[in-house]
Design a protein around this ligand. Structure first.
Ligand SMILES: O=C(O)c1ccccc1N[C@@H]1O[C@H](COP(=O)(O)O)[C@@H](O)[C@H]1O
Length: 224
């Protein structure tokens, strides 16, 4: 089965359409004002309408309150909500009840104990996204282009459904896929020519590297 690929932080229709043409299964829009990838909900909705049904639309939020979520959900009509802040399991339950949408909980990983945090969300989060911990001083909880030790994921029960994220690019994705059993991957800054500017050639190189890695790697199993 093909690896699911999420291209995150899209800001133009051209980049979104290219991502889908290259085979993206998910496209993500960032709603976090401090990010160079931040986009207004109405603008994201207009871009999403160009590719709706061809890839899952993911709204990435960080500790968003109900009013912010209402605005995003109503303008974007996402397929999935990615909660990339410090939202606890109770907040996930509330958000799921409010919108009836699947929720992907992002957790940042640096050491083995960070993965124990999934326990609180098992049976509540529809999927996890494992990202690296932000470097000291970063304003961003994600999108920092930093990787973590993928071997830490060996400790996970095989039933844990996750997207691998953090510092992926065309040069390291083969190794990331070889070292993990990730069936879904997420990339943002690794396909940018400058913060927030997606580069169509880098996107193409990334997909080529993914497909090359898949060709050498028989994969099986279910996915969300
Ligand atoms: O990308 C951002 O600016 C961002 C802001 C706030 C929350 C999450 C964000 N990005 C997420 O982090 C991953 C990893 O990014 P990268 O590949 O290391 O640059 C990205 O795909 C988003 O899901």
């Amino acid at each position: 089965m093909k690896t699911q690929v999420k291209i995150c932080g899209l800001k133009t229709a051209e980049a979104a359409e290219r991502a889908v043409a290259l085979g993206a299964s998910h496209v993500g829009f960032i709603f976090f004002p401090k990010s160079p990838r931040n986009i207004e909900p109405d603008d994201a909705g207009r871009i999403a309408d160009r590719i709706r049904g061809q890839a899952k639309i993911v709204a990435v939020t960080v500790n968003a309150d109900n009013d912010e979520l209402d605005e995003i959900v109503s303008a974007l009509n996402p397929d999935i909500l990615q909660l990339h802040g410090s939202e606890d399991a109770e907040r996930l339950l509330t958000v799921k009840a409010m919108y009836g949408l699947p929720v992907m909980k992002a957790l940042s990983v640096r050491e083995a104990s960070d993965l124990e945090k999934i326990d609180a969300y098992i049976g509540i989060a529809d999927r996890f996204l494992f990202d690296a911990k932000p470097p000291k001083g970063s304003d961003l909880p994600g999108g920092n282009g930093v990787s973590f030790d993928w071997k830490l994921l060996d400790a996970l029960d095989g039933s844990v459904d996750y997207m691998l994220s953090g510092g992926l690019n065309a040069d390291n994705i083969g190794e990331a896929m070889a070292q993990t059993s990730a069936r879904a991957i997420d990339i943002s800054s690794g396909v940018e020519s400058a913060p927030g500017v997606k580069d169509l050639k880098l996107m193409e190189s990334f997909f080529n590297a993914v497909r090359q890695a898949e060709a050498g790697m028989p994969r099986s199993g279910s996915r969300t």
